[in-house]
Design a protein around this ligand. Structure first.
Ligand code: ZN
Length: 316
């Protein structure tokens, strides 16, 4: 599906990328991945640009790097270049949070990868994509249906599945010791989500799936969205909450995820009411009855989502 686009950020990247190339008389666009540390032990990093938010965990014990999400096709080498700025270890493992190309497109571009982990529905969705057809590399090699865990102690990663939402294979990736979760396109940003119905997404199930995630997982302070910006400075340093834990200033929190579940529930309730009243999609989209606390949400996808929910209601 159409990746989320950020015209301003992308423009900045292109300017930075083109300037040195032009100086050497090359016409080829250079691609950069920005890399930012996410913890004090320097083992978890955020990878920006080139598609969705992605993460890299340096696993010193087993001697490999785990990527959570890759990028659009053609961005594997820039990701490797960024990772090699902080470690000599090879990328051996990929976790794909769902099938979309802005999260999986460069899955096949990492020569040392031995395992790609995803939900079983994501494996099925990716198997239908042209990029991964005909024996091309990048398909998940390990799948699960509800929960999956890897690594231990400080590096521990837990994967959870709660049902259909953006697709039918979205997972939550929790780093329990880092009190951090990556939620992919279950929570892309404070915006109406993409409902990828071609990959089993559901606007009716979306709020329930999010509510199950909110209820089931404890101990996360910092939420990394699929597409939202991350704080540009390392704001956690020196700040502690009353429990003595690091305070992640400027990051999305578990409360933001809970609010996002409420937003999707309220959105669905408004669309259902319009559907029952016999209003058209256009009328339902124009008349969305949402609480004031979502005033800052980006509603660009609202009409498409009303239509997706209407189609789901009609199919019942
Ligand atoms: Zn995405």
């Amino acid at each position: 599906m159409k990746p989320w686009t950020r015209p301003i950020a992308l423009g900045a990247v292109l300017l930075l990328g083109l300037a040195p190339a032009a100086g050497r008389g090359q016409e080829q666009e250079e691609r950069f991945i920005r890399i930012d540390t996410l913890n004090v032990r320097d083992t978890l990093y955020h990878l920006g640009d080139g598609g969705a938010n992605a993460l890299a965990l340096i696993d010193e014990i087993n001697g490999g790097v785990i990527l959570v999400g890759t990028k659009l096709p053609g961005w594997g080498q820039p990701v490797l270049d960024a990772v090699y700025q902080v470690t000599d270890l090879p990328v051996t493992t990929i976790i794909s949070t769902h099938a979309d190309l802005d999260h999986t497109g460069s899955n096949g571009e990492f020569p040392d990868v031995v395992e790609i982990i995803a939900h079983e529905n994501t494996r099925a969705n990716m198997g239908r994509m042209e990029l991964f057809s005909g024996g091309a590399p990048g398909l998940p090699t390990t799948t699960f249906s509800e929960r999956f865990g890897l690594l231990e102690d400080l590096d521990r990663i837990e994967l959870y599945y709660f049902g259909p939402a953006h697709t039918d294979g979205d997972i939550v990736v929790v780093f329990p010791q880092k009190r951090t979760a990556y939620v992919g396109d279950l929570f892309p940003d404070k915006a109406a989500p993409v409902i990828d119905t071609a990959n089993g997404g559901s606007g009716i199930a979306f709020p329930e799936t999010l509510a199950r995630a909110v209820a089931a997982i404890d101990g996360v302070d910092r939420v990394i969205t699929g597409h939202g910006p991350i704080p540009t400075t390392y704001a956690g340093r020196g700040r502690r909450d009353r429990g003595g834990r690091r305070a992640w200033t400027g990051w999305m929190t578990w409360d933001d995820l809970a609010e996002y579940a409420d937003f999707n529930r309220d959105f669905l309730a408004s669309v259902r009411a319009s559907h029952e009243a016999g209003r058209s999609v256009a009328e339902a989209a124009a008349d969305l009855d949402l609480p004031e606390r979502y005033a800052a949400y980006d509603m660009e996808r609202a009409r498409a989502n009303v239509e997706a929910i209407y189609n789901e209601l009609a199919a019942r």
